[in-house]
Design a protein around this ligand. Structure first.
Ligand code: V0V
Ligand code: CO
Length: 149
């Protein structure tokens, strides 16, 4: 079950300058940064609020580390802006499979590594009314279901 907005992904050319804009304008601080080589991004997570399911909602600022990455290609075509939304779930495997059965293209056979040790997959934007949609199970919950099963 999808229980929260986990994050909104925002593509930018200059991560440090964009982080500074969010700090100076809204007072949001960086919660976490990392480079995800597989996805071709350097990212900063800004925690906005905690949620009733025990998780949280973030802004995810994304700078491409390669021009041919998903974010690099998108930036070249569209410029900076909202790149994707991500829904949080305790069960990314089950939920993505159920959504696939409804005829929506799920981009990965198996969920991949996401921010802060999460497991993530994506739904094709052309099957989601133009919105690139990510499903996320955060690390604590991924651990819990590993232990359970
Ligand atoms: C592409 N399109 C989009 C879009 N990207 N529409 C809405 N939002 C986006 N972000 C549209 C594009 O305008 C085209 O429409 C069509 O889809 C095909 O796009 P394309 O430019 O030819 O690009 P593709 O097909 O090579 O790649 C598009 C996909 C790719 C979605 C398949 O971006 C992808 O695999 N994304 C998933 C991975 C990802 O985004 N990673 C970065 C975030 P027209 O022109 O034909 O009408 S990593 C992350 O979030 C992490 C690590 C995390 O959260 O932990
Ligand atoms: Co994301």
């Amino acid at each position: 079950m999808l229980t929260r907005i986990d994050h909104i992904g925002i593509a930018c050319h200059d991560l440090d300058a964009t982080v500074e804009f969010y700090r100076a304008t809204y007072g949001f601080e960086v919660f976490h940064t990392e480079i995800n080589e597989e996805q071709g991004v350097r990212e900063a997570m800004l925690k906005i609020n905690e949620t009733s399911d025990g998780g949280a909602s973030y802004l995810q600022l994304l700078e491409p580390v390669r021009e041919d990455s998903a974010v690099g290609k998108w930036l070249a075509k569209n410029g900076e802006g909202v790149h994707h939304i991500a829904f949080g779930t305790e069960d990314v495997d089950g939920d993505s499979e159920a959504i696939r059965e409804k005829g929506v293209r799920v981009l990965y056979e198996e969920p991949r590594n996401g921010s802060m040790g999460s497991r993530i997959t994506f739904l094709h934007p052309k099957d989601c009314h133009g919105v690139l949609t990510e499903l996320v199970t955060s690390a604590a919950r991924a651990c819990r279901s590993d232990q359970a099963g």
